[in-house]
Write a protein that binds this ligand. Sequence first.
Ligand SMILES: [Cu+2]
Length: 140
Amino acid sequence: MKILKVGLLSLAMIGMISINAKAEEITVGIEGMTCQACVNKVTERLMAINGIEKVEVDLENKTANLKVSDDMHIPESLIKTVITSTGFVYTGGDGFMDMMPQEVQDVNMKVEEAKQTAENLKNTAEETKKTVSSFWDMFK
Ligand SMILES: [Cu+2]
C-alpha cells in the first residue's frame, strides 16, 4: 500500500513536468457578415484549417478569435485567403507570428521556453517536497 502511494505520487510528478508550449492566439477583423448564417459559414471554413482548434466569431464587433494548436503557426496570408474566398472582407489581424520580424519571434520563443523551464523547475521542487513529506507521513 505504501509502495503504491509512492508510485502514484511519482506518476503525478511526471504529469506536472510535461512540457506545454503556449498556443498562438489570433484576432482578425472580418467585414460583410450580416447574420448567424454568415457566422456559421466563417466558423466552418476557419475550423477546416489544420492547426486551428477553436473559432469564436463576434458578429457585432466584426472579429474572430482563433485558437491555434500548440507548436503550430498559422500564416496571415492563409486566413486572409480563406475569409476572402468565403465571400467576406479581411480587415487585418493581430497575434500572427509571421507579422513579427524573425529576430523578435526567436526572442519570444526563447522567453517562452525559459518561462516554461522555470515553471517546470518550480513544480518539480514543490512535488519533491510533497513526496518527501508524504514519505515521512507513512511512518507516523
Ligand atoms: Cu448572413
